[in-house]
Write a protein that binds this ligand. Structure first.
Ligand code: NAD
Ligand code: DAU
Length: 336
C-alpha cells in the first residue's frame, strides 16, 4: 500500500484526483487534509467517501502539530500538495491568506516531510509562475519565473522553497506546472463554470477588458493523470510542464458556451479589466511527453461539451454553493 497525503482534496482538481485514483486502483491509501475554505466541498467526494482506502481530515496545512500527527498516524510516504488559495481576483482583493496558505502552509508540509523521510513530495504548481507571454512563444521548464499577481507570486515562492529543500536537504521533490483546467466541480468563480451558470440563469457574462486574453485549456482528468505519473515516475528535483496545447481567447470560450446552451450573445457584458491581467499563457509540455510518455487523452471539443453538460445536469451542486447553503451545512457539522 502507498500511503499518500493529498492536501486540498476537497477542491476542484484535488477531488477529481482522489475520485479518479480510487476508481481505478486499490494500492493507494489516501488521507485527504483540507481546511474546507469557501472552495472546499465534500459533495465533490461522494463517490469516494466510503472507500476503505480513503479518509478525510478537516484541517489547515499550516498547522504543524496536526500535519505531524497525520504523518505519524498514517505513516505517510507520499505527498501531493493541491491545497492553495487559487483565485487570482481574490488575491488582488486581499493577498495575506495567499501567502499564509500557499507559502507558510507549503513550508510546514516540506519540514514535516523531511522529518518523516518520505519517498516523494509532489508540489502542484501552475503555469502562472512564468508570468505573461506576448503573441509568440511557449513556457518551457527553463522559462524564468516572473509572477505578476499575489496568487502567482505565492505559488512561485512555494516552488522555489520546494526546490531549495531538494537542493539543501535532498528532500525528494517534484513539481508540475499546469495550464488552466476545466471540468466538473470547479468553483463557480472561475471563467468556465461562472459563464455556464450565469448563462443558465440568464445573467450577464462579465468579460474583463477586451476579452482577448488567451489561456491554454486542459481537461482536469488529463492534468491529474500527469500528476499521478509524475508522482510515480517523475525524476526527483525536476519540474514538468503540463498542458494540452489548446489556446483560446476568453471571448471565444464564452461564445462557445453560449452557442452550446442556445443563449444569446446579448448576455455578454464587457467590464473593467483585472488589475495586472496576464495577456497570454501557453505551455510547452514536450518534456513530460518525451520523458514520461504522458499525453492528453481528451479533445477540447468533446471535453468542453461534456463539462458544460455536467453543470447543466448537476444544478443541485452549484445551486447549493451559490445559495450559501452548503457553507452553512459544513459550518454546523464542523463547528466552524
Ligand atoms: P480550489 O480553490 O478549487 O481548491 C483548493 C482546495 O484547497 C480547497 O478544497 C480548499 O478548501 C483547500 N485549502 C485552501 N487552503 C487550505 C489550507 N490552508 N489547508 C488545507 N486546505 C486548504 O483550487 P484548484 O483549482 O483545485 O487548484 C488546486 C491546485 O492546483 C492549486 O495549488 C492551484 O494553484 C493549482 N493549479 C490550478 C489550476 C486551475 O486551472 N485551477 C491550474 C494549475 C494549477
Ligand atoms: O493558468 C493556471 C491558473 O488558471 C491557475 O493557477 C489558477 O488557480 C486558476 O484560477 C486559473 O487562473 P486564471 O486567472 O487564468 O483563471 P480565471 O478563471 O480566473 O480567468 C480566466 C480568464 O478569464 C482570465 O483571462 C480572466 C478572464 N475572466 C475571468 C472571470 C472570472 C473574465 O473575463 N471574466 C470573469 O468573470
Amino acid at each position: 500500500m502507498k500511503n499518500i497525503l493529498v492536501t486540498g482534496g476537497a477542491g476542484f482538481i484535488g477531488s477529481n484526483f482522489i475520485n479518479n485514483i480510487l476508481e481505478k486502483r486499490d494500492d493507494y491509501f489516501i488521507v485527504n487534509l483540507d481546511k474546507l475554505t469557501y472552495a472546499g466541498n465534500l459533495d465533490n467526494l461522494r463517490q469516494s467517501e466510503n472507500n476503505k482506502n480513503y479518509t478525510f481530515i478537516k484541517g489547515d496545512i499550516a498547522n504543524s502539530e496536526l500535519v505531524n500527527f497525520i504523518f505519524e498516524k498514517y505513516k505517510i510516504k507520499y505527498v501531493v500538495n493541491f491545497a492553495a488559495e487559487s483565485h487570482v481576483d481574490r488575491s488582488i482583493s486581499g493577498s495575506q491568506i495567499f501567502y499564509t496558505t500557499n507559502v507558510i502552509g507549503t513550508n510546514v508540509l516540506l519540514e514535516t516531510a523531511m522529518k518523516f523521510k518520505i519517498e516523494k513530495f509532489l508540489q502542484i504548481s501552475t503555469d502562472e509562475v512564468y508570468g505573461s507571454l506576448g503573441a509568440e512563444g511557449l513556457f518551457t521548464e527553463s522559462t524564468p519565473l516572473s509572477p505578476n499577481s499575489p496568487y502567482s507570486s505565492s505559488k512561485a515562492a512555494a516552488d522555489m522553497m520546494a526546490m531549495a529543500f531538494y537542493h539543501t536537504y535532498g528532500l525528494p521533490v517534484v513539481i508540475t506546472r499546469c495550464s488552466n483546467n476545466y471540468g466538473p466541480y470547479q468553483f463557480p468563480e472561475k471563467l468556465i463554470p461562472l459563464m455556464v451558470i450565469n448563462s443558465l440563469s440568464n445573467k450577464k457574462l462579465p468579460v474583463y477588458g477586451d476579452g482577448l486574453n488567451v489561456r491554454d485549456w486542459i481537461y482536469v482528468i488529463d492534468h491529474n493523470e500527469a500528476a499521478e505519473l509524475v508522482l510515480e515516475k517523475g525524476k526527483i528535483g525536476e519540474v514538468y510542464n503540463v498542458g494540452a496545447s489548446n489556446e483560446m481567447s476568453n471571448i471565444e470560450i464564452i461564445k462557445l458556451i453560449l452557442r452550446h446552451l442556445g443563449k444569446s450573445e446579448d448576455l455578454i457584458q464587457y467590464v473593467k479589466d483585472r488589475l495586472g491581467h496576464d495577456r497570454r499563457y501557453a505551455i510547452d509540455s514536450t518534456k513530460i511527453q518525451s520523458e514520461l510518455g504522458w499525453k492528453p487523452k481528451y479533445s477540447f471539443e468533446q471535453a468542453i461539451e461534456k463539462t458544460i453538460d455536467w453543470y447543466v445536469k448537476d444544478k443541485v451542486w452549484w445551486e447549493k454553493i451559490i445559495s450559501g447553503e452548503y457553507l452553512k451545512y459544513y459550518a454546523n457539522q464542523y463547528k466552524m
